[in-house]
Unconditional design. Structure first.
Length: 193
């Protein structure tokens, strides 16, 4: 039980390290939550003008999803604990304890968590993101399509029920965090990258 609690706490704390806020502050770009789309994520950092910093944010946010899940696999805990650790890291990104619980939409961290859960699943979800992005060049639309299909892919590719359920929960939160993007997509105001 103690191991489970510690792993969940590690997941949440690591997830709370918002790469976009940290990187933007260090680079003197200010707070990404008050600029562009207001999302502390790689797309918004790119929008604020830096490809290099956006790549760092993408890597940082992805890693903080993968690492806690890998740690849990490495310790050999049950699948429901691994599922919980992934969700804890994801929720840390959405509601970071270090940044007033005002975090991002969870795309890169969600991908990292999926990579930790199952690399074939992550590869399938990433392929959908890339395909939609290649066609429309809209980051949010790509994330929405990938997230909407992720639970179905998980049901097909992942044997553990707990992890399938975690993927579905993750997808629901991710879609819900994109409400503003969905509104902009329907009104034709969502920008292309
Ligand atoms: O990665 C987040 C993306 O789906 C939307 O970001 O900044 O366009 O709201 P943004």
């Amino acid at each position: 039980m103690l191991t489970t609690l510690i792993l969940l706490l590690i997941g949440y704390v690591v997830g709370s390290l918002s790469s976009a806020i940290i990187v933007a502050r260090l680079a003197g770009l200010g707070d990404p939550r008050t600029q562009g789309s207001g999302n502390p994520g790689a797309t918004n950092i790119l929008r604020l003008g830096s490809k290099r910093l956006a790549a760092v944010v993408l890597l940082g946010d992805t890693l903080k999803g993968i690492l806690p899940v890998w740690l849990a696999w490495g310790i050999g805990v049950e699948a429901w604990v691994i599922a919980g650790v992934g969700l804890a890291a994801f929720w840390g990104h959405l509601y970071p304890v270090f940044f007033g619980f005002h975090g991002g939409k969870g795309v890169a961290t969600g991908l990292g968590v999926l990579l930790g859960f199952s690399w074939p699943l992550a590869l399938a979800v990433l392929s959908i993101w890339l395909l939609v992005f290649w066609r429309w060049r809209i980051s949010s639309l790509s994330a929405l399509c990938a997230a909407a299909l992720a639970p179905f892919l998980a049901w097909w590719l992942v044997p553990e029920t707990a992890i399938r359920v975690a993927v579905a929960v993750l997808a629901v939160f991710l879609l819900w965090r994109h409400q503003d993007n969905i509104r902009r997509l329907f009104s034709g105001q969502e920008g292309r990258v």
